[in-house]
Design a protein around this ligand. Structure first.
Ligand SMILES: Cc1cc2nc3c(=O)[nH]c(=O)nc-3n(C[C@H](O)[C@H](O)[C@H](O)COP(=O)(O)OP(=O)(O)OC[C@H]3O[C@@H](n4cnc5c(N)ncnc54)[C@H](O)[C@@H]3O)c2cc1C
Length: 369
């Protein structure tokens, strides 16, 4: 590194300690001023991208955007799995890509003694690294999902500092679900219970507030915050009004846009958007979509995501002779959904790829993005 003191422009003797006391202090003060004067250039990440998701919407001026969500590979897998998926999808010019976050899960390992031991493992680590790799390789903004589950507030702060240092300015703030074998969501001791608390913490850092109150004039982060929304209500909420009130609190706290849970009936999205508006929630609502591709999903999707499948779709899938036919039906259904949503001018169609590149590709191709 270049020595800032060793420059001909700074006219200070190198061995200032041999100066008389007064001259010594003057020289030190001069040195400090000089270093301050030569301010470090403002930080610019190495990526060619770095826009907020909300800025992408503004820039699109009402045109519907397309984006994708990917999962980190199972531990032991490599980046090729992600690049394999995304290489094929870049032709659709997604302005941003979401990367999910997966907290640790409990598994039971059999010990030589014959007893089972409960162990916590994270099966899909790597969210932050994948986001940086995506931005670096494609010059496309990445949106890491950040959850409350498994994080103390200090760990959350440190994770946000990592993102900030990497030049990742977007984050989808979520609570996360209950762990396997737990019947309800349990926050860490000194962790957030609700996504709302996480939004507050991120907004605080955007204002330069850190947990340590002794940090004065802390660096202000500049995160654009997205949150989850549920056209068919979050399964724990007493009713959709209650759910919407909490969504409104998150938006009022500083969330800039909503990404919906997947839905297969567009009327659910349109009704939800109306209700949001009526409740003063006035932010872009990204439509989360996933094609149904296997017959067993007729029961697994409603069970896992607490959503309904329209009767027409169920009937078609039940009639299909095999999973190839089911996939055709699912893709066609998703294309029709996407066309209608696009015609209605939704800000963004967001596809949950779940590692299935081909299906997402066929749908996006049909829409001519
Ligand atoms: C687009 C999208 C992406 C997702 N990505 C991930 C992911 O990457 N990783 C992951 O683990 N999970 C992910 N999830 C799942 C998500 O974490 C779960 O749906 C979770 O159960 C709720 O998350 P939330 O952020 O909506 O929670 P919250 O907003 O905290 O809401 C949870 C429940 O509590 C209620 N509530 C909210 N605030 C309060 C409050 N202040 N007081 C009382 N009740 C309140 C709500 O009505 C709701 O019923 C995603 C979901 C969506 C829709």
């Amino acid at each position: 590194m270049k020595d800032p003191f060793n420059s001909p422009k700074v006219n200070i003797p190198r061995t200032i300690k041999h100066l008389p006391a007064e001259a010594f202090l003057t020289a030190i003060a001069h040195r400090r001023r000089e270093v301050r004067r030569r301010k470090v250039k403002p930080f610019k990440p190495v990526y060619t991208c770095s826009m907020k998701v909300t800025e992408h919407f503004k820039k699109a001026k009402g045109k519907t955007l397309v984006s994708f969500e990917v999962l980190p590979p199972l531990k032991g897998g490599g980046m090729q799995a992600i690049f394999g998926t995304l290489d094929a999808l870049m032709e659709f010019k997604p302005p941003f890509i979401d990367v999910t976050y997966h907290r640790e899960e409990f598994i039971y390992k059999k010990r030589p003694s014959g007893y089972y031991e409960k162990t916590a493992i994270r099966k899909r680590p790597g969210t932050v690294g994948i986001c940086a790799a995506i931005m670096h390789r494609y010059g496309v903004d990445a949106v890491p999902h950040l959850i409350c589950g498994g994080f103390t507030v200090e760990e959350t702060e440190n994770a946000l500092i990592d993102l900030n240092f990497l030049g990742i300015n977007n984050v989808l703030a979520l609570r996360g679900d209950a762990r396997q074998f737990e019947d309800k969501f349990i926050a860490e001791d000194n962790g957030h219970k609700y996504a709302l608390d996480l939004v507050h913490q991120i907004v605080g850092m955007n204002d330069g507030r850190y947990l340590d109150v002794n940090i004065q004039n802390g660096e202000r982060t500049d995160f654009c915050i997205g949150i989850a929304g549920y056209p068919e209500k979050h399964f724990e909420a007493a009713n959709d009004n209650v759910d919407l009130q909490y969504t409104k609190l998150k938006v009022d706290a500083g969330a800039g846009y909503i990404v919906t849970q997947m839905f297969f009936d567009n009327s659910k999205y349109f009704e939800y958007a109306e209700k949001c508006k009526a409740n003063g929630i006035d932010v872009p609502i990204v439509a989360g979509l996933k094609p149904l591709t296997r017959r067993y999903q007729l029961s697994s999707i409603p069970r896992k995501f607490f959503i309904n499948l329209p009767q027409d779709l169920v009937r078609e899938v039940q009639k299909a002779k095999d999973d190839v036919a089911v996939q055709q039906i699912g893709i066609e259904w998703c294309i029709q959904q996407s066309k209608e949503l696009k015609a209605a001018g939704v800000p963004c169609l967001h596809y949950y790829t779940m590692g299935d590149t081909e299906t997402s590709k066929m749908i996006a191709s049909a829409l001519a993005f």
